[in-house]
Design a binder for this molecule. Structure first.
Ligand SMILES: [Zn+2]
Length: 298
């Protein structure tokens, strides 16, 4: 059976998140333009609509570029801040799209496509423009409801819609702010360290740190009861010591799960793609069988 390969974002079937973006983004943008045209005097329109429409055009361009291009194709500008992720010999495997993508940063569920080396600049431009657009919409919406209220056309419906817009634009501004801050943080760290990593590599790194932390915690739990036994052997007869003696037994029970998770991760890194211990999130595999490194994002 031939597996379905998703070549680009604008390819059926669309995901629920993708359809939500296709409905919410135009409604939030065109709704604000309509409110400004209906409520504000002409003298204010250029000041308000200029930044919003300019940012919206850039955001739409970024979205269209990411959604129409196939990130599997080599190309794009190699970003020095993502040096490690975009190494030429490390294409990664996307399990959603069933394809290997050069410089894969992550699979974006909102566009239902991979963001790789070819589309990362457009994706970052989209995040920046989205933040600017909804930041401007929130700011202008708040001013229309406060300091510019005297200039607004009359009507309770207009004010109710402005409040509704303020809530939606505020939420979208926060979402774009979180996205932009995260990617800017990765780029800045990459710039300073010279070992730039993208979203997927960051997830792998976090997973490895968590595994190391769990291992260290398990070691400490094993050491503590040994030390207690060697210093106060008679205390084991008390109920408190008996309860303490349960701790190593519990940690010993948890140890196989930790070791299994570590083994699974090690196997994934060595050659075969396996699910992470949590069953979701991150999977890593450097598949050398086909002469290329592969990572999976689920
Ligand atoms: Zn993908």
């Amino acid at each position: 059976m031939v597996k379905f390969v998703r070549s680009r974002g604008l390819q059926r079937p669309f995901s629920r998140e993708q359809l939500a973006v296709m409905v919410i983004y135009p409604c939030a943008t065109l709704g604000f333009v309509a409110l400004a045209l209906c409520g504000l005097p002409r003298a204010r329109l250029a000041e308000v609509l200029g930044p919003v429409c300019g940012s919206a055009l850039v955001a739409c361009g970024g979205w269209a570029t990411c959604s129409c291009l196939d990130p599997r194709v080599e190309g794009g500008v190699r970003c020095p801040c993502l040096k490690k992720t975009q190494q030429a010999n490390r294409p990664k495997w996307c399990a959603v799209c069933n394809k290997s993508v050069p410089g894969l940063d992550h699979h974006c569920v909102w566009m239902n496509t991979c963001v790789g080396q070819r589309t990362y600049p457009a994706f970052y431009a989209l995040a920046t423009a989205g933040l600017a657009q909804f930041g401007a919409q929130s700011s202008f919406g708040a001013r229309m409801l406060s300091s510019w209220e005297g200039e607004l056309a009359s009507g309770a419906a207009l004010r109710a819609l402005l409040w509704l817009h303020a809530a939606l634009a505020g939420l979208l501004a926060l979402a774009f702010c979180a996205l932009w801050c995260f990617h800017t943080h990765l780029l800045l760290v990459g710039w300073y360290t010279g070992e730039g990593i993208g979203t997927f590599d960051w997830l792998i790194m976090r997973h490895e740190r968590e595994m190391a932390r769990q291992e260290q915690q398990a070691r400490q739990e094993r050491r503590q009861p040994c030390a207690a036994r060697s210093t106060t052997p008679q205390a084991a007869a008390t109920p408190a010591a008996a309860a303490q003696a349960q701790v190593p037994a519990q940690s010993a029970a948890a140890q196989p799960a930790i070791e299994l998770a570590q083994l699974e991760f090690a196997v994934a890194v060595e050659g075969t793609a396996e699910r992470s211990p949590a069953g979701k999130g991150v999977v890593a595999a450097e598949g050398r069988g086909r002469g290329e490194d592969q990572d999976q994002v689920l």
